[in-house]
Ligand binder design. Structure first.
Ligand code: F6P
Length: 550
């Protein structure tokens, strides 16, 4: 039976007919108005989620709970955590939660305790981090490494990139401030710019790739090795040993590329790429903030795992976040989702969530292989809130699209600094966060005197939002935040009956690019007649080849 046909879905459809006629302003003016925040916000440890600006009532939540029950959410949670093969199209479990289990835990997969493997790996990673921090990892000329370049893309880039920026205030062990850079784009522009500024003698590259076949990453890695070769006259083997660490699920491919065994860090095929920053893919994070900070991040994520596993529907942050998203998408017909952090340290969170949510749930085929007839993942995008105010908030306030927003902000910042200007800047940012979510919800009718304004100055409101308030951005609370979103994505996938852990939609384009590379490299006939492409592609290819000959 399709989720569409469940009694709960039908009841929600009926309820939505009424709720579509109800403005958020009315919900704040009604009898429940003063208690709305108290009854519609939930917290766990360092996170508070305010759902009171969502277009929901207690009835909505009860019906969503019934839908979660009809879809057997609790069973699915149990299957996720126990290592059941829930990624059926790739025939494996999705066990990113195992990466943050505390030491001495037990999780058996094929009768083998994978929690133990995780901690062996963490120890290996810790010893690499220690060597580098201690200045004992030296480049080909004997100078200690002081600069790290992570080469990876997608899940092998976005998580560590986001975390390194988010946790800039977390201090590495005294005196071991490394510069950490990230290179992902295949066109070479990032690496070309970066190499110009770096010293080959003191730069260490981490080649991060679960598959170790991703052409974007391997071409950047080859460029890096070529740069080292041009700068030195030592053997490639020495450059590989002193200047490269490999992080991958494929030891064999790392060997083939030339990464020595003791410079390799492994992880497992049961860790999805976009769920991998908790594994050795997180090495740049550990290098940036130190191993204790990295472990605190894992602990925060583990605390969220336990909360997700055990908290009842009414108190469960990821469940509520996911189900209210389903309400917006499937019942209020909202198909755009803006991620708006009010803290510059979270500038990479939107890009991270774009991959996490859209690569996981951007699907239209059910677990049973049927085309589904309801909406799944919305279009997600975002920007640091204060900057977005000067860019796309015009559309949020006065455009024709309904958009749901997540406002994300830490309550405390700069408290330890003796700089009242910076402290005031933080309050300014919070004031803007509160003002924008208030105006989006209530419209200008909440603001005395604006009702009479000309129509082009009016704000209709009724744009729903969730505010995620973090006590303070620390490795621990950051771990909680990211695990919150991971589980939210899982909850939605259960309701939509899709597999969130595969990504077949990214494969064919890569293969087609390989075919198109041949004429561009002149390895295949360059005349149109002999090539099998469509007329647009042929036209563009010919134009490119012609221009390249000029
Ligand atoms: O092309 C998509 C993808 O497979 C992502 O799922 C993944 O995070 C990224 O490419 C990088 O893959 P890898 O870590 O194997 O290089």
């Amino acid at each position: 039976m399709s989720v569409h046909d469940t009694p709960a879905w039908k009841a929600l459809d009926d309820h939505a007919a009424t709720m579509k006629q109800t403005h958020l302003r009315d919900l704040f003016l009604g009898t429940e108005s003063t208690s709305r925040f108290d009854t519609l916000s939930v917290s766990h440890q360092h996170l508070l989620l305010d759902f009171s600006k969502q277009r929901i009532t207690q009835t909505t939540l009860s019906l969503l709970k019934a839908l979660a029950t009809d879809c057997q959410l609790d069973d699915w949670k149990a299957r996720l955590f126990s290592g059941d093969t829930i990624n059926t199209s790739e025939n494996r479990p999705a066990l990113h939660t195992a990466l943050r289990l505390p030491a001495n835990s037990e999780l058996l997969l094929d009768e083998h305790n994978i929690a133990e493997d995780v901690h062996v790996n963490l120890t290996h990673m810790g010893s690499m981090v220690e060597r580098i921090h201690a200045g004992q990892w030296r480049g080909y000329s004997g100078l200690p490494i002081d600069t790290i370049v992570n080469i990876g893309v997608g899940g092998s880039d976005l998580g560590p990139l986001m975390a390194c920026k988010a946790l800039t205030d977390a201090q590495p062990p005294a005196g071991h401030q490394l510069k950490v850079h990230f290179v992902s784009s295949m066109d070479g522009s990032q690496i070309a710019d970066l190499l110009d500024q770096l010293s080959p003698q003191t730069t260490l590259f981490i080649i991060s790739s679960k598959s170790f076949t991703t052409i974007d990453t391997l071409s950047n890695a080859n460029t890096a090795r070529q740069w080292l070769k041009s700068a030195s006259d030592v053997k490639t083997e020495l450059l590989n040993r002193r200047h490269f660490i490999g992080v991958s699920a494929s030891q064999e491919k790392m060997n083939q590329w030339g990464i020595p065994e003791n410079s390799q860090l492994n992880f497992w095929d049961w860790t999805g790429g976009r769920y991998s920053m908790w594994s050795a893919i997180g090495l740049p994070i550990a290098l940036r903030i130190g191993m204790p900070g990295f472990k605190a991040m894992l602990s925060g994520a583990h605390a969220m795992d336990e909360h997700f596993k055990t908290a009842p529907f009414e108190e469960n942050l990821p469940v509520q976040l996911g189900m209210i998203g389903v309400w917006n998408i499937n019942f209020l017909d909202i198909h755009a989702h803006a991620i708006l952090p009010y803290d510059g340290r979270l500038s990479h969170l939107p890009a991270y969530l774009e991959q996490l949510e859209m690569e996981s749930n951007g699907k239209s085929v059910s677990r049973q292989g049927k085309t589904i007839d309801y909406h799944t993942c919305p279009i997600l995008w975002g920007e640091i809130g204060p900057n977005a105010q000067h860019a796309f908030y015009q559309l949020l306030h006065q455009g024709t699209e309904s958009v749901m927003c997540d406002f994300i902000a830490p309550a405390r910042r700069y408290e330890e600094l003796d700089n009242s200007e910076l402290q005031q800047q933080h309050q300014l940012s919070l004031a803007n966060c509160l003002a924008q979510s208030r105006l989006l919800a209530l419209g200008d009718a909440a603001i005395a005197g604006n009702d009479a304004a000309p129509i082009h100055k009016r704000y209709r409101g009724n744009q729903p939002s969730t505010t995620v308030l973090i006590d303070e951005l620390t490795p621990y609370s950051f771990g909680q935040l990211i695990a919150l979103y991971e589980h939210k994505v899982f909850v939605q996938s259960v309701i939509w009956d899709i597999n969130p852990f595969d990504q077949w939609g990214v494969e064919l384009g890569k293969k087609m690019a390989t075919d198109l590379l041949k004429p561009l490299l002149k390895e295949q006939p360059t005349t149109v007649k002999e090539r099998p492409f469509d007329s647009s592609t042929e036209g563009l290819l010919s134009a490119i080849l012609q221009k390249q000959e000029l």
